[in-house]
Write a protein that binds this ligand. Structure first.
Ligand code: SDX
Length: 374
C-alpha cells in the first residue's frame, strides 16, 4: 500500500467528469465543451444553467419550457418564509441559505427518491427556490416586507426584484448574469467535491447541496468574495492602496481574491468579470473601487506573481450593485447549485463510495485502565 500523504489531495485525480474542463495551461474553462467567455457573450444565465444541468444548450422551445418550470417553482412555502423571517437577524446569510435548502428537503415529496428523473426535478426546484429564500432574508432582516417572485422576469431580474423591489438598468442585469454564468461550475472544487462525497453514500440531493453550501462559505473558497470587499473597505481610498497591500505582503498575510489551486497564471474567468466590473463601475460612477482594484492587482502580480481569482472582481461588482457584503457568497450559491446538481447526478450514475485512507500518527496501542485506576 502506498502511504505517501497528499495533503489537500494536491494533484490527485479522483474521478472523471463531463460537466466542465479547467485547462490551466491554456487558461481556459469550458462547460460541456463551450468556453465560458463565449457563453457570457452569447447566452443568458438560464441557457447556461440548462446546459450545465442537461449537457446541451437549449433550443427556443426547450428554453421556454425550462423558464416556465422555473417560474412555476420559484415560490417558497409559507412555512419556509416564516422560518426565514424568524431567523436571528445577525445570522450569516450563508447559514440561512444552508438551512433553507435543508428545510426544502423536509418539504419535498421526493427527498428519498434518487432516480435520475427525480433528481433533475429536485435540482430544478432547489435552483428555482433558493434565490427566493435568500432574497426573503435580505429584506426580512432589515424589517422590510418579503417580495415574492414575479412571473416573466428573468432569473437575474427576479433576484433584483425580490431584493430591491425594482430591476436596474439592463447593463447592470447583464453584468450580474455574467457573474452567475462564471460562477455556475468549476469541476472538483471544495464544495462540489463535498457534494459528491455526500452523494457517494447514496444520500439525497438536498443533503448534498446543504453540505456544499457549508463548504462554500469558507473564506478560502466562496467566502473570499466577501473578504475582498472587506479588504477594499479597509483600504478606503486609492491613495492608501499601494501602502496597504505592501504592508499586508510584508506581514505575510493571505490576500483574499488572489491565488488558486489549479490556475497559477490567472483564473480564466477574471478577464470577462473584470470587463463587466469596469462597466458597472462606470455606470455607478464609482470613484474608488476600480482604482483600488488595479493597484492591488498590480502589486500582487509584481511582488508575488499571484493573480486574482474570480472572487476578486465579483466582490466590488456586487457592492456597486447595492448588495450587502455578506450576501455575496449566497449569490455564488444561487448559481453554483447548477454545477453541484450536475455533479450529484453524475456521481449517482457511476457511483463509488468516496473513502480515502489516513496515516495514523496518534498514541501507540495501549490498555484501558478502569476509572479508579486513572
Ligand atoms: C474559489 O477550486 C476552485 O475551483 C474554487 C473556485 C470555484 O470556482 O469553485 O475557483 C472558487 O474558491 C477561488 C479561491 C478563493 N480563495 C481566496 O481568494 C483565498 C485566498 N487564496 C489563497 O488562500 C490560496 O491561493 C488558495 C486557498 C485559493 C489556494 O491554495 P493552495 O493551492 O493550497 O496554495 P497555498 O495556500 O499553499 O499557496 C501557495 C503559496 C504559498 O506561499 P509559500 O508558502 O509557498 O511561500 O502561494 C502563497 C502562499 O502563501 N499564496 C498567497 C495567496 N495565495 C497563495 N499569498 C498571499 N495571498 C494569497 N492569496
Amino acid at each position: 500500500m502506498n502511504d505517501e500523504i497528499k495533503k489537500g489531495l494536491l494533484g490527485i485525480v479522483v474521478d472523471e467528469t463531463t460537466v466542465s474542463q479547467v485547462m490551466p495551461d491554456i487558461n481556459s474553462l469550458t462547460y460541456r465543451g463551450y468556453a465560458v467567455q463565449d457563453l457570457c457573450e452569447k447566452c443568458i444565465f438560464e441557457e447556461v444553467a440548462y446546459l450545465v444541468l442537461n449537457g446541451e444548450l437549449p433550443n427556443k422551445s426547450q428554453l421556454n419550457k425550462f423558464k416556465k418550470e422555473l417560474d412555476k417553482n420559484r415560490n417558497i412555502t409559507i412555512n419556509l418564509r416564516e422560518i426565514i423571517k424568524h431567523m436571528p437577524k445577525k445570522s450569516h446569510p450563508m447559514d440561512v441559505a444552508r438551512t433553507a435548502v435543508s428545510v426544502m428537503g423536509l418539504e419535498d415529496k421526493e427527498t428519498n427518491n434518487n432516480s435520475s428523473e427525480a433528481n433533475m426535478r429536485k435540482a430544478i426546484r432547489i435552483f428555482a427556490k433558493t434565490p427566493t429564500a435568500i432574497a426573503a432574508f435580505f429584506r426580512a432582516r432589515k424589517g422590510k416586507n418579503v417580495i415574492p417572485p414575479k412571473k416573466n422576469l428573468s432569473f437575474s431580474e427576479n433576484f433584483f426584484h425580490m431584493c430591491f423591489g425594482k430591476v436596474p438598468k439592463k447593463e447592470i442585469v447583464k453584468a450580474f448574469d455574467v457573474s452567475l454564468i462564471l460562477y455556475a461550475e468549476h469541476s472538483f472544487n471544495v464544495s462540489t467535491f463535498t457534494a459528491r462525497t455526500i452523494t457517494s453514500s447514496l444520500s439525497d440531493i438536498h443533503g448534498a447541496i446543504t453540505g456544499a453550501i457549508a463548504s462554500l462559505k469558507g473564506p478560502l473558497h466562496g467566502g473570499a468574495n466577501e473578504e475582498v470587499m472587506r479588504m477594499m473597505n479597509k483600504i478606503k481610498k486609492p491613495e492608501n492602496a499601494n501602502k496597504w497591500i505592501n504592508n499586508s505582503l510584508d506581514k505575510k498575510e493571505v490576500v483574499m481574491g488572489f491565488g488558486h489551486r489549479v490556475y497559477k497564471s490567472g483564473d480564466s474567468r477574471v478577464p470577462t468579470m473584470k470587463k463587466y466590473f469596469k462597466k458597472v463601475a462606470e455606470i455607478t460612477k464609482d470613484k474608488k473601487f476600480h482604482k483600488i482594484y488595479d493597484i492591488v492587482e498590480k502589486v500582487m502580480i509584481e511582488r508575488k506573481n499571484i493573480h486574482p481569482n474570480v472572487d476578486y472582481p465579483t466582490g466590488p461588482t456586487y457592492h456597486l450593485m447595492g448588495f450587502d457584503t455578506d450576501f455575496f457568497t449566497p449569490i455564488f450559491v444561487i448559481s453554483r447549485i447548477t454545477g453541484w446538481s450536475a455533479h450529484i447526478m453524475e456521481q449517482h450514475k457511476a457511483n463509488k463510495l468516496i473513502r480515502p485512507l489516513s496515516k495514523y500518527s496518534g498514541e501507540k496501542y495501549r490498555k484501558v485502565l478502569l476509572l479508579n485506576q486513572r
